[in-house]
Ligand binder design. Structure first.
Ligand SMILES: C[S@@+](CC[C@H](N)C(=O)[O-])C[C@H]1O[C@@H](n2cnc3c(N)ncnc32)[C@H](O)[C@@H]1O
Ligand code: SF4
Ligand code: SF4
Length: 266
């Protein structure tokens, strides 16, 4: 059975140089923030590409990935699977100038990579230098506007309230159907801690014990008791589901979700 995905995010670290109140990965709310050794991440990458045949966009995210001192090793490892990846993206907040080792791999793999620089205005205080570097070295990048007018997607969504808010099956399914994650994004499968969750609110609800850890609703990459085919089937079951347990507790990412000023600091 072939498993082709639209996108997957890899959490390299939840440490960050900023403390955004509405951070969708809840990075400022961990103490200490999870940080993953490159050797551990390499094992996640091997397992992931045993299960997933092809992913259109594989994204290294965080936290702030440019804070990960071994990001270059992670990129090197992912490069072994370029045949299974459309494009490798790194998302950064424009506050950290890349290390020499990272610059070396960004140049080496520039035909297959792109950097998404989120522009949080004055907070993203290294953007000009980073852009000059990327222009000079021919590294592909895009700047996403998250300050002033014309905010990308109209601004951010507030995922913090995870109290129960939808009750009937119909209400829960309606939320799911309106949410962009299972909809147009085909989920933002997120790898962290050896697990792949279909969206971050679902992971967060399980992490906080708001809902029980339900093995049907995430993939345990290191579960040796099930076969690769069964792991693929779990992805299919999630992709073909009608809702997640967490949808009852979540505002979702919907066209009509209220939008907020991005990157307001705690
Ligand atoms: C969690 S951040 C990690 C990468 C990096 N630290 C950054 O902020 O660019 C990943 C993406 O999620 C976006 N994001 C964070 N919180 C959000 C929210 N509440 N609503 C919508 N997008 C959000 C960020 O703008 C960024 O593009
Ligand atoms: S920059 Fe803001 S949105 Fe990005 S991970 Fe850090 S706290 Fe979260
Ligand atoms: S838990 Fe929230 S973000 Fe995830 S699919 Fe449901 S409504 Fe969307």
């Amino acid at each position: 059975m072939e498993l082709n995905l639209k996108g997957t995010g890899l959490t390299s670290t939840l440490r960050c140089s900023l403390k955004c109140k509405l951070c969708c990965t809840f990075s400022p709310y961990y103490d200490p923030a999870p940080h993953f050794h490159s050797k551990y991440i390499e094992k996640e990458i091997v397992k992931y590409f045993e299960i997933v045949n092809h992913v259109e966009k594989f994204t290294i995210s965080g936290g702030e990935p440019f804070l990960h001192e071994e990001l270059y090793l992670i990129v090197d490892k992912i490069s072994l699977y370029f045949g299974q990846i459309g494009v490798l993206e790194i998302i950064t907040n424009g506050t950290i100038y890349p290390s020499d080792e990272l610059i070396r791999v960004l140049i080496k793999y520039k035909d297959k990579m792109t950097i998404m620089i989120d522009d949080y205005g004055a907070l993203s205080n290294k953007i000009t230098n980073i852009r000059s570097l990327f222009d000079e070295k021919g590294i592909d990048y895009r700047v996403r506007n998250y300050n002033g007018d014309n905010l990308h997607c109209g601004g951010w969504v507030d995922f913090r309230d995870l109290s129960r808010k939808h009750f009937s099956n119909e209400e829960i399914q309606t939320k799911y159907e309106k949410c962009a994650y299972p909809g147009k994004l085909q989920f933002c499968f997120s790898i962290m801690n050896g697990e792949i969750h279909p969206c971050i609110p679902s992971r967060r609800c399980m992490e906080l014990g708001i809902i029980a850890k339900n093995k049907e609703e995430y993939i345990d990459l290191f579960d040796g008791s099930i076969s690769i085919e069964e792991q693929k089937q779990k992805f299919y079951n999630i992709l073909n589901g009608k809702s997640l347990t967490a949808c009852a507790y979540c505002n979702g990412l919907c066209d009509d979700s209220e939008r907020f000023v991005p990157a307001e600091q705690l």
